[in-house]
Design a binder for this molecule. Structure first.
Ligand SMILES: *[C@@H]1O[C@H](CO)[C@@H](O)[C@H](O)[C@H]1NC(C)=O
Ligand SMILES: *[C@@H]1O[C@H](CO)[C@@H](O)[C@H](O)[C@H]1NC(C)=O
Ligand SMILES: *[C@@H]1O[C@H](CO)[C@@H](O)[C@H](O)[C@H]1NC(C)=O
Ligand SMILES: [Cu+2]
Length: 585
């Protein structure tokens, strides 16, 4: 083994000398082949309880979580990397941040505190709509709990940003302490930065972490693998590094004369799981539950095991499925979560590589390489174990919404704009910038049908704050050029007779994605019909907060370079009475 290694390094040093004579050397980039795979153990991020227990009774909890600049070791052979990390102290702060474990029905309050320096560690672009403090000092941040059902003031609106010590605040900032009620269905959420125009760089610097809502009464009878050893979040993202350990991001825009820095997508050469580049994990020959989050800025991941192990999906994003679904691979767009059981007792080999074969950009970009096509390695112990965990045939069933009649329907069109050198300049939803007046105002408690029309060549992960949705179907648009030409002119799907065009191939939603989701992959050239619910999915209890308050919510594409360059729109809920007034007028 040692001998191979020496040889390997000699070769890569040799190759390195040749390869780095071009741009690579200028930028001082690490060639991913220089980092040996599967040498670091998979970490488990620190876990923080989102509740107190007093005399055996769970009680609400107040947490202080800071954002700190520190150095993080991503790989044995990589120098420590400056990052922005969430944690209860600088010492314990981590990338990804701590996993917050909340209990259904018990409030968690978090005071998110910015301890970041005055200058960003990554380049950002002042020519896109961006939070900029008036003193030009400090890094605007704001935390969104993705998948949460809470009031607007705790939702982390992009304009509710704040800098170090709350010195400067964005126009919609209203409170230091966010209130998470955890009244929703049990499942997987994640917290991450959402500051206007800076989301892509703040996440790239490390600001993200897992948040789990548990409901013991509902979940214990399922007997799924549980406990810290057998139930683990896997947060996956891609990064490139320079030889000095710093995160590398190309800081020249793709249309530098328009946007000096902004690029539509970021793709990194190495794949990181729970803060380590291509880690390994030794597992016992039994079942494990993994809550796999794609936390990449732009990279889709089609995950599969090289030894044929299957995924048994038990939940998707933040909600359980009605029954488990087995698949051999799993396509995750940025921000989608697959909650799966892997049964290592079924393995015919004593190791399994979790791999990825999704092109980037998805679906028609570059094929994966030896580097970004690998995620992590599982080393499987020899002894078969007996266990009491199981995958029950029924999981959790939520009442289906009444589809019968009278649902409001919306058309949401995705546009990409290009410069005269044929490169993206920005993305709009419904042809509108983020700042144009609200056009989506659903009634609190209602269910709506949204037809999401993708007029761009790429797939976009569509995310709605507050609302959960079920994907009904995806229908190809025929004579697409004609329809697109009309849409560019009139920007109105009905005026452009969408029904004449939405009659091509129908793609069925895969069984493991038929439950309630909060992000979905919107196919290029298709209309994706989703049923969006602005109410809890598990009960008819109305929201115990006023969802119509300022500053409202947002919906957006979850490719962060798109979201930051305006593939995002405001979402402002209203009460039924207001709607009636509007109708009368
Ligand atoms: C960075 O982007 C610029 C502009 O698109 C491009 O010319 C350059 O090759 C890129 N650098 C690297 C290392 O990819
Ligand atoms: C998974 O792959 C195996 C072997 O190729 C095949 O027999 C099985 O039908 C596949 N399962 C699913 C759910 O596609
Ligand atoms: C513009 O770029 C797209 C995607 O990169 C490509 O498919 C298309 O052919 C290009 N169009 C022209 C006119 O060069
Ligand atoms: Cu997008």
């Amino acid at each position: 083994m040692e001998k191979t290694l020496v040889l390997y390094f000699t070769f890569s040093a040799l190759f390195g000398a040749v390869v780095t004579s071009g741009l690579t050397e200028e930028e001082g980039l690490i060639n991913p082949t220089q980092l040996e795979k599967f040498v670091d153990e998979l970490p488990d991020m620190p876990r923080i309880q989102g509740f107190d227990v007093v005399n055996g009774v769970p009680k609400p909890k107040f947490l202080n979580i800071g954002m700190f600049m520190k150095k993080w070791k991503f790989h044995r052979d990589l120098r420590p990397t400056p990052v922005f990390a969430y944690g209860t102290s600088k010492h314990t702060a981590s990338v990804p941040g701590p996993t917050i474990e909340a209990l259904h029905g018990i409030d968690t309050y978090v005071t998110w505190q910015n301890h970041l320096p005055s200058k960003h560690i990554l380049p950002w672009d002042p020519t896109i709509l961006t939070a900029v403090p008036s003193t030009k000092k400090g890094i605007p941040t704001v935390v969104h709990l993705h998948g949460a059902i809470d009031e607007p003031a705790s939702d982390g609106n992009p304009n509710s940003w704040f800098t170090v010590g709350f010195e400067e605040k964005g126009p919609t900032w209203s409170r230091k302490t966010y209130h998470y009620r955890n009244l929703q269905q049990p499942g997987n959420l994640w917290y991450h930065d959402h500051a206007m125009g800076l989301t892509r760089v703040n996440l790239l610097a490390g600001l993200n972490g897992a948040y789990i809502i548990r409901d013991h009464d509902l979940e214990a009878p399922l007997q799924l693998p549980s406990g810290d050893e057998f139930d683990r979040p896997l947060i996956v993202f891609d990064r490139s590094f320079r030889t000095d350990g710093t995160i590398y991001m190309n800081s020249t825009g793709n249309n530098p004369s328009i946007h000096p820095q902004w690029r539509p997508e970021y793709f990194g050469d190495t794949i990181i799981v729970n803060g380590k580049v291509w880690p390994r994990m030794t597992v016992r020959r039994r079942k494990y539950r993994f809550r796999i989050l794609n936390a990449c800025n732009a990279r889709y991941l089609r995950l599969f095991f090289t030894n044929g192990l299957a995924f048994t999906h038990v939940a998707s994003d933040s909600a359980y499925l009605e029954e488990p679904v087995m698949t051999n691979d799993t396509l995750l767009a940025p921000s989608e979560i697959a909650d799966v059981v892997i049964d290592f007792s079924k393995s015919k080999t004593d190791f399994a590589i979790l791999a990825n074969d999704a092109r980037y950009p998805y679906p028609s970009g570059h094929p994966v390489s030896e580097a970004n096509g690998k995620i992590m390695k599982f080393i499987i112990q020899k002894n078969q174990e007996s266990e009491s965990w199981r995958v029950p045939s029924k999981l959790i069933k939520y009442p289906s919404p009444d589809l019968s009649s009278g649902l409001d329907t919306r058309y949401i069109a995705m546009y990409q704009y290009i410069s005269d050198i044929n490169k993206s300049t920005h993305f709009y939803i419904n042809g509108k910038s983020y700042e144009e007046a609200v056009t989506e105002s659903p009634v609190v408690g209602s269910t709506e049908v949204w037809n999401v029309i993708n007029l761009t060549p790429d797939n976009h992960p569509f995310h709605i704050h507050l609302g959960l949705f079920a994907v009904l179907d995806q229908t190809e648009l025929v004579e697409r050029v004609e329809f697109k030409t009309c849409m560019i002119k009139l920007n109105d799907a009905i005026e452009c007779h969408i029904s004449n065009y939405a009659r091509g191939k129908k793609i069925e939603v895969p069984a493991h994605e038929k439950g309630w989701k909060n992000v979905y992959k919107i196919l290029p050239g298709y209309v994706t019909k989703i049923l969006v619910r602005f109410a809890y999915i598990h009960s008819n209890v109305p929201y115990p907060f006023d969802a119509t308050e300022e500053p409202g919510y947002v919906y957006h594409c979850h490719i962060l370079g798109h979201e930051d360059n305006e593939m995002m729109r405001p979402l402002k809920l209203i009460n039924k009475v207001e709607r009636n007034n509007i109708d009368v007028i």
